[in-house]
Write a new protein. Structure first.
Length: 194
């Protein structure tokens, strides 16, 4: 990871923090500074306006945090895939992933297939939880030592992020200090990389 890449990531993270601060001002003062996302009319417009304004405002504020986590979680999946493919070849899922993770993923894939909805992916890694991503890295630590500096630091960052993920994933607003903690934890994630 080059220092230029880290600077770009920190720049993007700072922009997300500024965006959250502007949204907080809009919420606290009850004003629209033009920072709310533009919604296109479509099927959601039939029902969306019927929800309470407070809930819609919270949803708008939380969307920034969801975007951060969406990017982070999928970037971690890509990193794991790239590293383990390079180290273990195309059979990396079968040879390098802990059995408990493979079992959970298989059960989730089966349940999803039986539900009659479109499957989310052909790739098993896309069915892992955030915590399982950390387990995959830890169980293959020797493959990641040229990327991460310290396993204990990485475990701490992943544990904090996993706790912060809960309200985001379960549609509850983050407290203001937890928004700060989220941004610091994402920064810690990038700092944990060599």
């Amino acid at each position: 990871m080059t220092s230029g890449s880290n600077q770009i990531r920190l720049f993007a993270l700072n922009n997300l923090a500024i965006e959250a601060a502007v949204q907080r001002v809009e919420r606290d003062l009850g004003v629209d500074l033009g920072h709310l996302p533009v919604t296109e009319s479509g099927p959601d417009e039939t029902y969306y306006p019927q929800f309470d304004e407070k809930i819609r405002r919270e949803a708008s504020e939380m969307s920034a945090h969801y975007r951060v986590f969406y990017c982070l979680e999928n970037a971690i999946r890509s990193l794991i895939t790239e590293v383990l493919f390079e180290k273990h070849n195309e059979d990396w899922w079968n040879s390098a992933v802990p059995e408990s993770v493979k079992t959970h993923v298989s059960a989730t894939q089966k349940k999803e297939a039986e539900s009659g909805i479109a499957i989310r992916s052909q790739e098993p890694i896309d069915y892992t939880t955030f915590g399982e991503l950390g387990e995959i890295i830890k169980s293959n630590w020797s493959d990641f030592t040229d990327i991460f500096q310290n396993i204990k630091a990485l475990e701490k960052v992943i544990a904090t992020l996993n706790v912060l993920r809960g309200p985001i994933a379960h549609c509850k607003p983050l407290a203001e200090d937890e928004v700060v903690r989220l941004h610091l934890s994402v920064r810690d994630w990038f700092r944990s990389m060599g």
